[in-house]
Ligand binder design. Structure first.
Ligand SMILES: NC(=O)c1ccc[n+]([C@@H]2O[C@H](COP(=O)([O-])OP(=O)(O)OC[C@H]3O[C@@H](n4cnc5c(N)ncnc54)[C@H](OP(=O)(O)O)[C@@H]3O)[C@@H](O)[C@H]2O)c1
Length: 335
């Protein structure tokens, strides 16, 4: 089978498409014929050697796939050959076949294609948990989403709207403004230049009757975090999701005291480990929302496996809007 292999830490140029032996599932695993795998920001961190759970070179990147079960380790997995499933993986998804723990597999309803399923795992589940579990979101609340053009950001804008909130979307690349409008964000907050950054709080106050936002979903870090914190209303909640800018911010505790602010970190892998049943239920709700048209992942491009570098570069060079997907099968059928 073909698989992308990281030969040494670095960029996508340090990865090659290799012929490797197909693995055999252990008792608690299934083997998946991968149809689609989506690319996530953390894939680049892992290829670079900068991820918090870092495998040694020689590994295959790719943290989420959609495909069919081609072998099961034991009948106890509860899965059968031919089942359409989505799987979260530590890594290994950019390949024609991959092993997955049965506990990390989620059935895909017939109405959801493999491409769509692959594009709505990590980002939508992250957004859902950050919003509902960490922030305690209620319908009608105003949510500021930084990095709104990216994978997590796009999912967040859609979920906030679908769940009855007001979505304020942070724009950092001016040419992507039409994309945010198409997403139907209620307000676009201009963060495209240092001068615009300086007015983020004012821009947010201008569209929230001078109050600020109830919730921030923050995935950029650096100045984006600082300005978001200043833009919260009294008793507001900021959820730390990531640091796409590479800058890890710090907070002065007196600021939290003054406005009753809550800052809450979120890491999806912890939730997947600790709350497996809840994750199954939420993922199933997300697939139902996609099947009924309430949410719909924005897939900017689909690349064949041999063009994996272009797919990774779309994230690395910030040309991505929404998601990019890699197809591991030669079939044009989107499943
Ligand atoms: N906590 C978790 O469990 C979890 C789960 C998934 C992801 N994450 C993290 O969340 C962050 C976003 O992930 P993603 O999948 O949404 O990534 P993505 O698709 O690459 O999107 C990144 C977003 O950040 C914006 N951005 C602003 N300044 C940036 C900079 N200096 N460099 C790069 N991007 C910048 C981009 O805007 P432009 O339009 O201007 O490029 C884009 O909207 C990453 O740090 C990722 O590791 C965390």
């Amino acid at each position: 089978m073909r698989a992308v292999v990281v030969t040494e830490y670095g960029g996508p140029e340090n990865c090659v498409l290799s012929d490797v032996e197909a693995p055999t599932p252990a008792a608690d695993q299934v083997l998946i014929d991968v149809h689609s795998a989506s690319v996530n920001f953390p894939d680049l961190l892992m290829i670079k050697g900068n991820y918090h759970m870092q495998p040694s070179p020689g590994f295959t990147p790719g943290k989420e796939v959609a495909g069919t079960v081609s072998a099961v380790g034991s009948p106890l997995t509860g899965l059968s050959v031919g089942d359409r499933i989505f799987a979260y993986l530590p890594h290994g998804g950019f390949a024609e076949k991959v092993l997955a723990p049965a506990s990390g597999c989620y059935p895909i309803p017939d109405a959801v294609s493999f491409d769509t399923a692959a594009a709505m795992g990590i980002t939508y589940l992250t957004s859902w948990f950050a919003l509902n579990e960490c922030a305690g979101f209620a319908p009608g609340e105003r949510v500021f989403i930084t990095g709104a053009t990216g994978g997590v950001g796009t999912a967040s804008v859609q979920l906030v709207k679908a769940l009855g909130g007001v979505a304020l979307a942070g724009l950092t690349t001016a040419s992507k403004i039409d994309f945010l409008r198409e997403l139907k964000a209620d307000h676009v907050i201009d963060m495209t230049t240092p001068e615009h950054f300086a007015t983020v709080r004012d821009q947010i106050h201008a569209v929230t009757s001078g109050e600020g936002v109830d919730v921030v979903l923050e995935s950029v870090g650096g100045r984006s975090f600082d300005e978001s914190l200043r833009s919260l209303t009294w008793n507001g909640r900021l959820i730390v999701i990531g640091f796409a800018s590479g800058e890890i911010p710090s907070i002065k505790a007196n600021y939290l005291l003054l406005k009753g602010t809550m800052v809450h970190g979120f890491r999806l892998s912890q939730y997947l480990e600790r709350f497996q049943q809840k994750a199954q239920a939420v993922q199933s709700t997300l697939f139902e929302m996609a099947a009924s048209g309430q949410i719909s992942p924005r897939i900017m491009s689909i690349f064949p496996l041999e063009e994996f570098r272009e797919a990774l570069d779309a994230i690395r060079h910030r040309t991505v809007m929404g998601k990019v997907v890699i197809r591991a099968t030669a079939s044009s059928d989107c499943g």
